[in-house]
Design a protein around this ligand. Structure first.
Ligand code: HEM
Ligand SMILES: [Cu+2]
Length: 532
């Protein structure tokens, strides 16, 4: 049994390469996981740099830090880099590192595909950002500047930066599909004896659902991008009304991908929550089955609500009502998840190490993101708030407040496992409080700006928006600076400083990964463990 099981994976030759070649050619899931996470962190810093440029421009009216063209390029790259460069790869890194450890498998099912999946990412990032750098030295007219949604007809008419972005999307799509297929096959086939589906750790379940979603919806974006490319260069008119096409078709294709994408970003970190909270509450996770069923319900509903992004594009009343109510329905399974998290910490013996702080911050911030999403789901209210700063504030509460906080909780939680060293708890707490304070200063003020009528995607604004924008920008500088503490903590642990971590790392931690040494050896579970 055990030999058959281990032969499924690969077995690195024992004279495996070292140094740079090791990282280029590795098929080991832990190495690849680390590559993904480092890539994600790098992109987080780049996306953060763009964010600071945006807030630098908006710090006071009539500012000339960026020209309007460059402003549009910077907001577009910021959005694309954060979503596709930072969040998706970093959660995929957790998947690669943790899923085999959590299910007792020696590696991912398709290790060479895994290597490919990762190495498509750096070229994608370079293709996306290269026009920006070329422009700095005077070549070309810069990167894509349409906003991350790349709406037609603007994207049909835009400069070569749009072509670079389309090519980056092809690479990112191929990478995501490879990773998703690998994850599904691994979870279905490589579980240790006794690890039934209903015993899977919730992080593994969350990634199974993420993979299903990716496989279901990424093709819509790839197809749409191919059509866009054809419209731009091969004389087709998919998105051009003059030639018999329809620009709204792009919106359908984009949001059929784009709305589920929110849950693709969210799920893995909802999974992380259900590991961090029980550990520091010293209680078993509450409502395991309810959480699994909620994942299913959210995933299913997420693909039928896309046009809530299109209320102002013109739609029959019946359509408005359908998309309004179906969207609001998602709050039911989401609320169940929230109740399960609360149930998990309810009357636990809580302690507040850094991962726990970020997990609690997640609950608070993502709750605000969710509630304000309900406001935008109201087809009538959305006529007012659409494309205002209310929306910008909402989706940052939903994307930073949820996924990014969850990723950071996960980083602090598993960093000692991965590096064998504890991070500095004191700096971790500083990181948390500065993030929490900086974040709320930055984005709470944007709700008020939005309600007062400040539109999104503008490099300059009317005088009555001045003071709240200054507040928001100062908050963003605190928020950005705070993330350097995370970088410091990661580098410090990776470089081998800090207290040694035990196998279990945390007093209340459970799961197969915590039965292994910290850091785990290069090859794990060559003998498959048996789960009782
Ligand atoms: C330091 C933290 C951040 C700050 C200060 C920040 C700031 C901003 C601002 C001010 C805008 C609006 C630009 C405009 O419409 O004129 C924006 C757009 C956006 N941000 Fe962020 N952001 C941050 C982090 C993130 C993260 C973590 C994500 C996603 C994971 C994200 C995703 C987006 C997206 C998708 C857009 C829309 C871009 C577009 O309209 O094309 N941001 N950000
Ligand atoms: Cu949506």
């Amino acid at each position: 049994m055990s030999s058959a099981a281990t032969d499924l994976g690969h077995h690195d030759a024992h004279d495996e390469p070292r140094g740079l070649l090791r990282w280029l050619t590795t098929t080991n899931h832990k190495d690849i996981g680390i590559l993904y996470m480092l890539f994600g962190l790098t992109m987080f810093l780049l996306g953060g740099f763009f964010a600071e440029l945006i807030r630098g421009q908006l710090i006071h009216p009539a500012n000339h830090l960026l020209t309007p063209e460059v402003y549009n390029q910077v907001i577009t790259l910021h959005g694309l880099v954060m979503v596709f460069g930072a969040l998706m790869p970093v959660t995929a890194g957790f998947a690669n590192y943790l899923i085999p450890l959590m299910i007792g498998a020696p590696d991912m099912a398709l290790p060479r595909l895994n290597n490919w999946g990762f190495w498509l990412l750096p070229p994608a990032a370079i293709v996306l950002v290269l026009p920006f750098i070329l422009k700095l030295i005077g070549i070309g007219n810069g990167p894509v500047d349409t906003g991350w949604t790349m709406y037609a007809p603007l994207s049909v008419q835009g400069g070569p930066g749009v072509d670079f972005a389309i090519f980056a999307i092809f690479l990112l799509g191929a990478s995501s599909l490879m990773a998703s297929i690998n994850i599904v096959v691994t979870i279905f086939n490589l579980r240790a004896p006794g690890m039934t589906m209903m015993k899977l750790p919730l992080f593994v379940w969350s990634w199974l659902m993420t993979s299903f979603l990716l496989i279901a919806v990424f093709p819509a974006l790839i197809a749409g991008s191919a059509m866009l490319l054809a419209d731009r260069h091969f004389g087709t008119h998919f998105f051009s009304a003059a030639g018999g096409g329809d620009p709204v078709l792009w919106e359908h294709l984009f949001w059929f991908f784009g709305h589920p994408e929110v849950y693709i970003l969210l799920f893995p970190t909802a999974g992380i929550m259900s590991h961090v909270l029980p550990t520091f509450a010293r209680k078993p996770v509450f409502g395991y089955r309810a959480q699994v069923y909620s994942y299913w319900a959210i995933a299913a509903l997420s693909v039928v609500v896309w046009a809530h992004h299109m209320f102002t594009s013109g739609m029959p009343v019946a359509g408005q009502l359908y998309f309004m109510y179906s969207t609001m329905l998602i709050s039911v399974p989401l609320a169940i998840l929230f109740f399960c998290w609360m149930g998990t910490i309810w009357r636990g013996s809580l302690s507040f190490e850094t991962p726990m702080l970020f997990a609690l911050g997640y609950i608070v911030l993502f709750f605000i993101g969710g509630l304000t999403g309900l406001v935008l789901a109201d087809a009538v209210a959305d006529q007012q708030y659409h494309n205002s700063f209310f929306l910008v504030a909402h989706f940052h509460y939903a994307l930073f407040g949820g996924p990014i906080m969850g990723v950071i909780a996960g980083v602090y939680y598993w960093l000692p496992k991965i590096t064998g060293r504890m991070y500095s708890e004191r700096l971790g707490k500083w990181h948390f409080w500065l993030t929490m304070i900086g974040f709320n200063i930055t984005f709470m003020s944007q709700f008020f700006l939005g309600v007062a009528g400040m539109p999104r995607r503008i490099p300059d604004y009317a005088l009555q928006f001045a003071s709240l924008n200054t507040v928001s920008s100062l908050g963003a500088f605190i928020l950005g600076a705070a993330q350097l503490l995370l970088v410091y903590n990661v580098i410090r642990a990776a470089a081998g400083y800090g207290k040694r971590a035990t196998n279990q790392v945390w007093e209340g931690a459970e799961g197969l990964e915590f039965t292994l040494p910290s850091p785990p050896p290069h090859h794990t579970f060559e003998e498959q463990p048996v789960v009782a």
